[in-house]
Design a protein around this ligand. Sequence first.
Ligand SMILES: Cc1cc2nc3c(=O)[nH]c(=O)nc-3n(C[C@H](O)[C@H](O)[C@H](O)COP(=O)(O)OP(=O)(O)OC[C@H]3O[C@@H](n4cnc5c(N)ncnc54)[C@H](O)[C@@H]3O)c2cc1C
Ligand code: FES
Length: 292
Amino acid sequence: MHTGAEAPTDPMIPRLFAVRARRDETEDTFTFDLEPRDLGPRDLELLGGARSMAFAPGQFNMLYLFGLGEVPISISGDPAEAGRLVHTVRSVGSVTRGFSGLQPGQTVGVRGPFGTAWPTREAEGRDILILAGGLGLAPLRPAILRILAERRRYRRVYLFYGTRNPQMLLFRDDLERWRNTPDLAFEITVDHADITWHGRVGVITKLIAAADFDPDRSTAFLCGPEIMMHFSAEALKARGMHGADIHVSLERNMKCAIGHCGHCQLGPAFVCRDGPVFPHDRVAGLLAVPGL
Ligand SMILES: Cc1cc2nc3c(=O)[nH]c(=O)nc-3n(C[C@H](O)[C@H](O)[C@H](O)COP(=O)(O)OP(=O)(O)OC[C@H]3O[C@@H](n4cnc5c(N)ncnc54)[C@H](O)[C@@H]3O)c2cc1C
Ligand code: FES
């Protein structure tokens, strides 16, 4: 573990970060901000200051909790705010449960950023469709923030967000802001409503049918359960979109995150190195194979 004055450059050696703030999103999901703990002012200067934490929307870090282990977690912060590293974690097992107890001041090891990005630059000048299912909004949030900050570079922008129920909605401040953002067609839908919910109920694919976009000049970003991405991609193709213009983010078990160990293998691809963001036409056939 690196503890000295120099920043580690080996991608297998975590850098030490301190939790600066944490907030609960839902009963089992929380967001925390990290700041470097192992770098002095001189190191930050050498690394280009806050830019040392720069990342591309869609990339992930390996987060290490002492005594528990390491897990891949997408970066959910704003790519324009390079001084802050933000992650959103759902507590599902031994390591993520450990993260749920983190408090400001505690230490986390970070390796990364790793992986491919949402092609926000390549999509400039096109209609944009962003479809998020559940926790899938976290890896998409950096792309959404960038696209909205640079809104004039894109044509029509659609953001559709589906969750199981209203209690599971993430980033509620963002949702409120996006509801009131001009030039953004933003819809939330839930599978199961309760008495507090007056919005849409039903699957996210229904929203695609009603959207007005040019299939030959559109790029779609999809993140959520694989079944949701599958049916959303099919609905987009039924509207005339090409598989190469539909991008999905995949999850597989990971260990090294640098394409060495093979844990994340998906056919000929390694999700850590060739993904997690893939054009749908590259992975659709592989996702159809049970067990891959
Ligand atoms: C590229 C990438 C990006 C990711 N980004 C995020 C993120 O931003 N936020 C986040 O919370 N998670 C994210 N994940 C998933 C996260 O890495 C896993 O939830 C974590 O590794 C589980 O580790 P654990 O030790 O807590 O649970 P384990 O002990 O490994 O698993 C406990 C139980 O949870 C189940 N489980 C494991 N993973 C998931 C999952 N993803 N969803 C539902 N159940 C699961 C297992 O099948 C098992 O039954 C990402 C994964 C990848 C590959
Ligand atoms: S996690 Fe080791 S090859 Fe991808």
